[in-house]
Design a protein around this ligand. Structure first.
Ligand code: 2DT
Ligand code: MG
Length: 209
């Protein structure tokens, strides 16, 4: 046991419009109401200098080589690493909307080599739990439609889904994203609480991959 009770690194992944952002917000409120320390995070973090470049790329204000933008997305996680680990060690659970898995899946869907895409993420803190909100691209697209950002296109989202499948690992829980908001919420809460308990019980923080 010992004194250190760290927070859990919980990541929500999935296609655009799979429900990640709403479920992240709901999960953080739920955990805080239970008296736990919890924060909502998201990647890309568009507030940093690197994030500003990513945001301008995503809105198509600028063009960048696919490899270069991949490395910028990764750099955007590395620049937050010290803060992220500090929060976890201080006992705060982080609920993160997208992480390295989106980084790899979106770039590999463009045709970049999967192993090349994974390499720059190596050594980042590994999520204790990845909640993958699984939804067919057609169903996601029908949910009020996409915005105007890059990648918000059914054909591309289907390719992303195939790449996500290749990344599934033992720390993943696949949740049926077609269920009602409340049903998804209940499943998300159950898995999150179990992950937090394991971390408080002394589970080590692991590294990707
Ligand atoms: P949001 O719609 O969640 O703001 O994401 N993306 C995201 C990547 O290509 N690589 C990454 O590392 C991350 C975190 C997914 C904006 C878009 O950016 C994509 C959708
Ligand atoms: Mg988006």
């Amino acid at each position: 046991m010992g004194g250190q009770k760290r927070g859990a690194l919980i990541v929500l992944e999935g296609l655009d419009r799979s429900g990640k952002s709403s479920q992240c917000a709901s999960l953080v409120s739920f955990l805080q109401q239970k008296g736990l320390e919890a924060e909502a995070w998201r990647f890309p973090d568009r507030t940093t200098a690197v994030g500003t470049m990513l945001s301008s790329y995503l809105t198509s204000a600028t063009e960048l080589d696919d490899h270069a933008v991949h490395l910028l997305f990764s750099a955007n996680r590395w620049e937050k690493r010290a803060l992220l680990e500090g929060r976890l060690k201080a006992g705060t659970t982080l609920v993160v909307d997208r992480y390295a898995h989106s980084g790899v899946a979106f770039s590999a869907a463009k045709g970049l080599d999967l192993e090349w895409c994974k390499a720059p993420e190596t050594g980042l803190p590994s999520p204790d739990l990845v909640l993958y909100l699984n939804i067919p691209a057609e169903v996601a697209a029908a949910r009020g439609g996409y915005g105007a950002e890059r990648y918000e296109d059914i054909g591309f989202q289907k390719k992303v889904a195939l790449q996500f499948e290749l990344l599934r690992a033992s720390n993943w829980e696949v949740v049926d994203g077609r269920l009602s908001f409340d049903d998804v919420q209940e499943i998300v809460r159950k898995h999150a609480v179990s992950a937090i308990n394991k971390c408080q019980g002394g589970r080590d923080l692991l590294r990707l991959w």
